[in-house]
Ligand binder design. Structure first.
Ligand code: GLA
Length: 413
């Protein structure tokens, strides 16, 4: 009798509980194949860059020995196009044996030995977006178990080739199946991106209880236009999106493309600043084996990472638009703030701008605030709320400030 009671209790808690994997208390950080490597499966012509264990091992080595891991970039994630086009005789997904000759478990071991975590990609639907085998409602269980048996640490679960009702059943079902494996697996859901990204079609309360992060909007491409398009969507819909984010559950505006081909230095800073204000996952898609010094310096900026990873976990907002300038702001723990002033102008002239903390309603500390320029890595001095802060913002660039009550004595990272 007692056993029956316990059974019912367990069943109920499995149904009602949120995704309780303890993961992503701050936005996840790492690296992912898709934006830079796409579905490049030609290892004959391009052995260094095709989706296979060679690429993953090469990037994992860099993440472990070039300072990335220590800064928090720990997830190394394989996106689409890793699988064979058919399941094995047990119905399990299987990696392409030519490109992953050691198998996924061995690759996970390799990644774990370097203090990193392995991510993999699946799709709630008949096929992945790239045409590989998908996960249907009746293969969720076996796929969750397979990923856990490979000791995978993250699943990006895409949504091509399924309808809305299949997604509505499949995304929660996969969440429970992952939980039931007993292995903490970070769960990234592309579900909202397929439903327009906004309430009432998207129920962010439900999502927050079953997924750790989710894509809300379209794919990033290697261009400034694409970055602008994404940030405009997030700003226009910030009232609906801001409260969805918090520790353990994050909006994901997609990968960081600093270090690729499409963004200038100024534009790279802008993407990083706005993504940090948005409390976005810092998941790069680039080539860490050949990345430039400048791009590495930007991605490894400690104060920027400190802001992105702030433990309050509150997503920031665009708070003002003044001609081509936009002011973005995020509240951090201990009455600290991050402020980014973005210059969307393309007329070539750096813009002068002046603003006070009081203009941003940052007035609580009568003693004033210490200001730091995040990208210049410079202490700007103590500022009273009414004191004007003068800045010059380069075209398509940003000035990012870290604001800390003067009473906090120690220096930021
Ligand atoms: C979709 C996703 C991308 C990527 C591709 C893979 O487009 O949004 O991030 O995973 O599928 O095919």
């Amino acid at each position: 009798m007692q056993l029956v009671y316990l059974g019912i209790l367990l069943a109920l808690s499995a149904l009602c509980s949120s995704l309780d994997n303890g993961l992503a208390k701050t936005p996840p950080m790492g690296w992912m194949t898709w934006e830079r490597y796409r579905c490049n499966i030609d290892c004959k012509i391009d052995p260094e860059n095709c989706i296979g264990e060679n690429l993953i091992k090469g990037i994992a080595d860099k993440m472990a020995d070039s300072g990335w891991r220590e800064l928090g970039y720990v997830y190394i994630s394989i996106d689409d196009c890793w699988a064979l086009k058919s399941r094995d005789s047990n119905g399990q997904l299987q990696p392409d044996p030519v490109r992953f000759p050691s198998g996924m478990k061995a690759l996970a071991d390799y990644v774990h030995a370097r203090g990193l975590k392995l991510g993999i990609y699946g799709d709630m639907g008949n096929f992945t977006c790239g045409g590989y085998p998908g996960t249907t409602l009746d293969t969720i269980q076996i796929d969750a178990d397979t990923f856990a048996s490979w000791e995978v640490d993250m699943l990006k679960f895409d949504g091509c080739y399924s309808n809305s009702s299949e997604k509505a059943l499949g995304y929660p079902k996969m969440s429970y199946a992952l939980n039931a494996t007993g292995r903490p697996i970070l769960y990234s859901c592309s579900w909202p991106a397929y439903e327009g990204g906004l309430p009432p079609q998207v129920n962010y309360t439900l999502l927050g209880s079953i997924c750790n992060l989710w894509r809300n909007y379209g794919d990033i491409q290697d261009s400034w236009d694409s970055v602008l398009n994404i940030l405009e969507w997030f700003a226009s819909n910030q009232d609906a999106l801001q409260s969805a984010a918090g520790p353990g559950r994050w909006n994901d505006p997609d990968m960081l493309i600093t270090g690729d081909f499409g963004l200038s230095y100024e534009q790279s800073k802008s993407q990083l600043a706005i993504w940090a204000i948005l409390a976005a996952p810092f998941i790069m898609s680039n080539d860490l084996r050949t990345i430039s010094y400048e791009a590495k310096e930007l991605l490894q900026n400690r104060l920027l990472i400190y802001i992105d990873q702030d433990s309050l976990g509150k997503q920031g907002r665009r708070v003002a638009k003044v001609s081509s300038l936009e002011v973005w702001m995020r509240e951090l723990v201990n009455e600290q703030y991050a402020v980014a002033v973005l210059n969307k102008g393309t007329d070539g002239i750096p813009k002068r701008f002046s603003m006070s903390l009081a203009n941003l309603n940052i007035t609580e500390c009568a003693l004033g605030y210490k200001l730091y320029d995040v990208f210049e890595k410079e202490f700007l001095g103590n500022f009273k709320p009414e004191t004007n802060i003068e800045m010059v913002i380069n075209p398509t660039g940003v000035v990012m400030l870290f604001v800390r009550p003067a009473s906090i004595r120690f220096h930021p990272v």
